[in-house]
Design a protein around this ligand. Structure first.
Ligand code: CTP
Length: 400
């Protein structure tokens, strides 16, 4: 029985094409059968001989040569593949795919792919940030294509910026993890919030908090690593996430987070509110910059809506809703109160009295309390490992 998985690697013209040779090797070494389709421009950076030697297969690069073989090779290759990755994916390739243009072997083949498709963009930072490229990327993502975000660093055009293709090891890791989890929880969807919300005081100032977003991002990653698709609604943070099953939605204010969460809530099975949401917002934000005056300044605040409570109020029967409780005193009592008041399935208690726990640190120590008040203590460890533990317990309650 052939247990090898088939991966089709597309290469477009870009200096990062040399890294794709290592990517081919990583997959070949890991029991994948690798076939490669390269554009003519890609072959100015890497040679057919290196590609064919590493992949142990003929290279496909010319749509008309394929036609001469009297086979509709772009269709059969697309069917052969279990997964497809284009690395590097140029702005041109992204644009063509988003617009349905098929004018060479690779672009033709990509339109015939109905398997998981990953793109690892690589280009100059200004090109990557261009509204038109970003619009194409959003369009592709909205249609289920996975984007492996480029990294920041030194670019071939002698500038620093975001645009460097993700390293081969990272691409390999993302795809193999994705492949190993396409089964059990593939139909489950989650909504996770992370980070702080900012409430504007005037054009340049806001009320915020020290949340880094790490706990929420770690939870999103732990869910995604179990094959669950995650909508990650995040407040302002410097964190990045690259997992293809995570769709990131950036927001700033509580009102924006509220709107994003409610627009997604009906389509998910698990909701985790890990964000540090502001409890108050200025009654009225001034749209100019406030001038300094030699007297006391009072800012009137009004309460924000409790997003978690409003989500729990519209909870569907199959949904699991998890809240966080960040406490400094009477921790357990307060956490249980939140659990019942907000009608949650779980509350994660974070005590600020525990060293190494809470805001702005890479570690955490929490108690996970379910609706029957059963408590699981998760000891001090990295937020990533704490997230894995929390997700493990939540998944026990999922009915497949
Ligand atoms: N939360 C929310 N919307 C708000 C405030 C909080 O959704 N406007 C969510 C948080 O994301 C968290 C939970 O509610 O999951 C508890 O947040 P926390 O600040 O600990 O509690 P509060 O309910 O705000 O109560 P208090 O500040 O009095 O402790």
């Amino acid at each position: 029985m052939n247990i090898k998985k088939n991966i089709l690697i597309g290469i477009t013209g870009g200096i990062a094409a040399y890294k794709t040779l290592s990517l081919i090797r990583l997959f070949v070494k890991s029991e994948y059968d690798v076939k490669v389709v390269a554009t003519q421009n890609a072959l100015k950076f890497v040679t057919p001989l290196s590609i064919e030697t590493l992949s142990n297969h003929n290279l496909y690069s010319d749509a008309f040569a394929l036609a001469l073989e009297r086979k509709v090779e772009h269709i059969s290759l697309a069917q052969w593949a279990d997964v497809v990755i284009v690395a590097p994916a140029s702005a041109n390739c992204i644009g063509k795919l988003a617009s349905g243009i098929a004018d060479d072997a690779l672009s033709t083949l990509l339109l015939a792919v109905n398997k998981p498709l990953f793109l690892a963009p690589s280009m100059n930072e200004n090109m990557y940030n261009h509204f038109s490229v970003q619009k194409n990327i959003s369009n592709l993502q909205a249609n289920g294509i996975h984007i492996i975000e480029p990294e920041s660093g030194f670019l071939a055009c002698n500038t620093e910026g975001k645009g460097r293709m993700a390293e081969p090891e990272m691409i390999f890791d993302i795809i193999t993890k994705f492949q190993s989890h396409t089964s059990k929880y593939a139909k489950i969807k989650a909504l996770v919030t992370a980070g702080p919300t900012y409430e504007p005081i005037d054009a340049v100032r806001f009320i915020g908090n020290y949340s880094s977003g790490l706990m929420g991002f770690s939870l999103a990653e732990a869910l995604a690593e179990n094959g669950i698709s995650v909508d990650l609604v995040t407040g302002t943070t410097h964190l990045k996430t690259n997992h293809p099953l995570i769709r990131r939605i950036d927001v700033k204010t509580t009102a924006e987070m509220y709107a994003a969460c409610h627009s997604l809530a009906d389509s998910v099975d698990i909701i985790i509110m890990a964000a540090a949401v502001a409890d108050y917002t200025p009654l009225q934000a001034v749209d100019k910059k406030l001038k300094k005056e030699d007297k006391r300044l009072t800012i009137d605040l009004k309460p924000t809506v409790d997003i978690l409570k409003t989500l729990a109020d519209r909870k569907k029967k199959h949904q699991i809703i998890v809240g966080f409780a960040l406490e400094t005193d009477h921790e357990m009592e307060n956490a249980k109160q939140k659990l019942h008041k907000k009608k949650l399935d779980f509350v994660v208690l974070n005590s600020l009295n525990d060293e190494g726990a809470g805001f702005g640190v890479a570690t955490n120590k929490v108690s996970l309390i379910d609706a029957n008040e059963s408590i699981v203590e998760i000891p001090l460890q990295s937020k990533k490992l704490v997230a894995n533990e929390i997700v493990k317990h939540l998944l026990l309650k999922i009915k497949l």
